[in-house]
Design a protein around this ligand. Structure first.
Ligand code: NAD
Length: 257
């Protein structure tokens, strides 16, 4: 059988990539030549739109449903990823994992409920932990893992205590995994975005007060867009970042310096 034209392609898996930072990252990595696995939890239509954009720009990818907040969902997600890659003539392995899927709850410490706390920690911490654990047998040596931290794991904002704690956990996990996986040449780094104009922030970022608050804290005087983060992730996913591992790299336009 002739070799598939996909065979030599590097593969990147990006969770939560049907919108926001994940969608921008999938499109950017596809432009860099990766075969991209686009993941959605519920909205197939949004995932299809991202894949269509990838393909219209000359890239290649596959769409895989999966809820990555629990072990059962993660296992079936990777089974589907394996099948999708094989269906494209690719081995069931990949070079880059971007653990992007995440949720946000913005409440005071006093108002945060047990359900809020569990939903945040399930998706942002437990999900990322077991996603990486289940990715490792499939991730090639010298591969890349990029996690999503947040500016909020450095600067204190009382509206985000539980969310910020999940991102603090990501910072620690990232550093320890970098130590553990260095022997395989795998780098593990966290990108810590400041406030970016995605659906996650739709409730405030376009209001006059929201924008004014942001501008008062940021060194760079514009609102960050998903492409700003996708480009930073592309650096960490690519060859030029080979000597960087175990780092939390903030991409926040210089917030709260
Ligand atoms: P978003 O809400 O626009 O997109 C998040 C995506 O994750 C959505 O597509 C959603 O469906 C998906 N997702 C959520 N739970 C999932 C699950 N259980 N399984 C699979 N997919 C799931 O958010 P965003 O702004 O694009 O954020 C992406 C990541 O970046 C998150 O980890 C977030 O915490 C982090 N982050 C965002 C900002 C920001 O300002 N936007 C700042 C710092 C960190």
């Amino acid at each position: 059988m002739p070799d598939s034209p996909n065979r030599s392609r590097k593969v990147a898996v990006i969770t939560g990539s049907s919108r926001g930072l994940g969608a921008a990252t999938a499109k950017r990595l596809a432009r860099d030549g990766f075969f991209v696995v686009v993941n959605y939890a519920k909205s197939r239509k949004d995932g299809e739109a991202v894949l269509r954009e990838v393909e219209q720009a000359g890239g290649k990818g596959a769409l895989v449903q999966g809820d990555v907040s629990n072990l059962g969902g993660i296992r079936s997600f990777f089974d589907e990823v394996d099948a999708a890659l094989k269906g494209q003539g690719l081995p069931a392995s990949f070079d880059v994992l971007v653990a992007n899927a995440g949720v946000l709850v913005s409440k005071t410490f006093a108002e945060t409920t047990e359900a809020d706390f569990d939903s945040l920690f399930d998706t942002n911490v437990k999900g990322v932990f077991f996603l990486i654990q289940n990715a490792l047998p499939r991730l090639r040596d010298n591969g890349r893992i990029v996690t999503l931290s947040s500016g909020l794991s450095r600067f204190a904002n009382p509206m985000f205590t539980a969310y910020s704690a999940t991102k603090g956990a990501i910072d620690v996990m990232t550093r320890i995994l970098a130590q553990e996986l260095g022997v395989r040449g795998i780098t593990v780094n966290a990108i810590a975005p400041g406030a970016i104009d995605t659906d996650m922030n739709a409730g405030w970022i376009h209001s006059e007060e929201g924008r004014a608050m942001l501008m008062s804290r940021q060194a760079l005087k514009q609102v960050g867009v998903p492409q700003d983060i996708a480009d930073a992730i592309a650096f960490l996913a690519g060859p030029d970042s080979r000597w960087i591992t175990g780092q939390r790299i903030e991409a926040s336009g210089g917030s709260s310096l």
